[in-house]
Design a protein around this ligand. Structure first.
Ligand SMILES: C[S@@+](CC[C@H](N)C(=O)[O-])C[C@H]1O[C@@H](n2cnc3c(N)ncnc32)[C@H](O)[C@@H]1O
Length: 227
């Protein structure tokens, strides 16, 4: 079987993974685990699927790639089919941030030391969860597509997350501490679009007013760096 292609967001995810055992939760087509094994980025993978259609799709894809010895497809909810301590890392991609956070919250001691997460919407909930549970932001990308897709690598670590050091917290949580440090066209475009949208609806005392202030602060960091 030819090596499966990945779209830009899953290519970004792929580049953030290098481990012994990796689980792709909500794997669907299982293209990510196939590429991880083919490129030597993981020695073994577990593809987890909740729903029968995608589960069957994952099984077919792994069989076609003849990688059954390295990729195990397991049926279940989130980290349910994973043993504590089994994984070096896990990915959750192509779902809403609320769904991803729910799966992470239910995982308990099955959570691995590293996570690569790609929510289809704002990563704010994910960053709040990471700060509350001792995961630090180690890498962030924003991939242009139908929406802008955030991709984050988180690692379990002690102490304060240095990615946020010197950053205005609300802006960093909303837009990403490393994305604001790195800048670039996609994040700049997203912030400018937010400002244009919010300017039409914001009024003092409303949530949209605070969101507009946050977006303006983020743009200021992009334009002038951290003060
Ligand atoms: C939109 S697809 C994304 C597929 C792939 N990860 C990607 O990014 O292209 C989301 C997949 O997650 C699966 N899923 C949703 N909730 C899940 C859960 N709690 N546990 C396991 N899989 C889940 C769905 O069945 C679906 O196949």
């Amino acid at each position: 079987m030819p090596t499966p292609t990945l779209d830009a967001r899953l290519e970004a995810v792929l580049e953030m993974i290098r481990t012994d055992v990796h689980a792709d939760i909500g794997s669907d087509h299982a293209r990510l685990p196939v590429r991880l094994i083919r490129e030597g980025r993981a020695e073994r993978c577990v593809a987890v699927e909740l729903n029968p259609g995608p589960l069957e799709q994952a099984r077919r894809s792994v069989a076609r790639s003849r990688l059954e010895a390295q990729i195990e497809v397991r049926e279940g909810d989130g980290f349910g089919p994973i043993l504590p301590g089994e994984l070096g890392s896990a990915s959750l991609c192509g779902m809403g941030a609320y769904t991803i956070r729910g799966i992470l919250e239910r995982a308990g001691e099955r959570l691995p030391p590293a996570l690569v997460l790609q929510p289809n919407d704002s990563a704010l909930l994910i960053r709040l969860w990471a700060r509350a549970t001792g995961y630090h932001v180690r890498a962030e990308r924003l991939i242009a597509g139908y929406w802008s897709y955030p991709v984050l690598r988180l690692e379990r670590a002690e102490g304060a997350d240095l990615a946020y050091e010197g950053m205005p917290l609300d802006a960093a949580l909303k837009y990403g501490p490393l994305l604001l440090r790195l800048g670039g066209g996609v994040i700049c475009h997203q912030i400018e679009a937010d400002i244009a949208r919010l300017q039409k609806v914001a009024a003092p005392g409303r949530e949209s007013w605070h969101e507009l202030e946050t977006a303006r602060t983020a743009l200021d960091v992009l334009d002038h760096g951290i003060k």
